[in-house]
Write a protein that binds this ligand. Structure first.
Ligand SMILES: [Zn+2]
Length: 371
């Protein structure tokens, strides 16, 4: 090939490449290129709709009269056979939502874990889990669990809603676990029946459990911050660090507890059985377990007052601490941003096709010049 033809070929190739990239960019809808674009679609009002809907399960507002048990509650700690109508109505709702998002949906195991999968395109064997439990204890039949854990379940739904239109190199599973209040029964069931027998590679899991009512009841002046608890292993610590970096990137207004990542009480939550088996997991919550159980951080924990229209969200409740939707939305943004990064969001389908076309064009041009 002479110098002159090779120069002409180079100009031709460059032009072709430019046209291809420019046309693919033009064809690419705005907001289809990376984690930040997914994060921007997280909606506070949509999150709130999910949270209120789940909190109100048991009245038949979604499933109809067959699910009206006369009060709001979602207990199923005795297994699916004794699951309350409220829990069953929530199972139906979650299944329908995941299905409408185009996810591969299944209801798994003895505690009706609802699983929505977005299968990876390049490395489907690498699995990321976004979780939250949707059951509530039987202790108080009239406890709606607005914060514990309609808040985290709504976070899973909103993350699934904004991530599901994209493709990812690795697999993402959105899981609403049942039986958590019976000591993580649904998560244990899932690990023993799905993850372990299939020797699955769970790269990491994020568990949102009580993300709507930050602040310390007994101290109204406490810092509004997010607690991240995890195991002491290097893998858990690295996983937690990534979450806090994602928070700083995608939800800069979100404040993290200065003690994070906390390792004192990493077990009580669906992340516990995962961490125990060596899978990196995080408890993402408005307070740590000690604060919620023993230090008065949640007056309405597991009571009839934990609802949007009850004491937990009443500005006159004495502590002044109420549901904080912007806070929960920031938590979801952080989760979405981190998962989009870790599972590796694939650029708009048109881009790779166009680039392949450009490469093919370059090869064809080069060959023609050679003859
Ligand atoms: Zn909980």
């Amino acid at each position: 090939m002479s110098k002159r033809t090779s120069l002409r070929a180079a100009v031709g190739l460059l032009t072709l490449w430019f046209v291809c990239v420019a046309s693919s960019a033009a064809a690419m809808p705005a907001g289809m290129v990376g984690p930040w674009d997914a994060v921007q679609q997280v909606s506070e009002s949509q999150y709130r709709t999910y949270q209120v809907t789940i909190q109100d399960m048991g009245l038949g507002l979604y499933g109809g009269p067959a699910y009206d048990q006369g009060y709001r509650n979602r207990y199923n700690t005795g297994g699916s056979a004794t699951a309350s109508l409220g829990f069953q109505e929530a199972t139906l709702y979650l299944t329908d939502q995941f299905d409408a998002m185009g996810l591969d949906v299944s209801t798994q195991g003895d505690y009706a874990n609802v699983v929505g999968e977005l299968t990876g395109t390049e490395t489907p064997e690498n699995i990321f889990i976004v979780a939250g439990h949707y059951d509530h204890p039987q202790a108080d039949f009239t406890a709606p669990g607005g914060d514990d854990n309609a808040s985290g379940t709504a976070g899973v739904l909103e993350a699934a809603r904004v991530l599901s239109p994209y493709r990812f190199e690795s697999t993402i599973r959105f899981i609403a676990f049942g039986g958590e209040e019976g000591w993580m029964l649904g998560a244990k069931d899932y690990l023993s029946k799905v993850v372990q027998p299939n020797n699955e590679n769970v790269v990491g899991m994020l568990n949102m459990d009580m993300i709507l009512r930050p602040g310390w009841d007994s101290d109204p002046n406490a810092v509004i911050d997010l607690d991240v608890s995890t195991g002491a292993s290097p893998a858990c610590q690295a996983w937690a660090s990534k979450y806090m970096i994602a928070g700083a990137t995608y939800a800069p207004s979100l404040v993290f507890d200065s003690r994070n990542p906390q390792t004192d009480d990493w077990y009580p939550g669906d992340q516990g059985p995962f961490i125990e088996l060596g899978y990196p997991g995080l408890m993402i919550a408005e307070n740590n377990a000690q604060e919620i159980w023993y230090l008065g951080a949640h007056d309405y924990y597991h009571t009839a007052g934990d609802a949007t229209d009850r004491g937990a969200n009443d500005p006159d409740n004495g502590s002044g601490v109420v549901y904080d939707y912007p806070f929960a939305t920031d938590v979801v943004r952080t989760t979405v941003g981190m998962i989009a990064e870790e599972a590796r969001i694939v650029p708009e389908p048109g881009t790779s096709v166009m680039l392949l076309g450009a490469v093919a064009g370059m090869i064809a041009l080069t060959r023609r010049r050679r003859r």
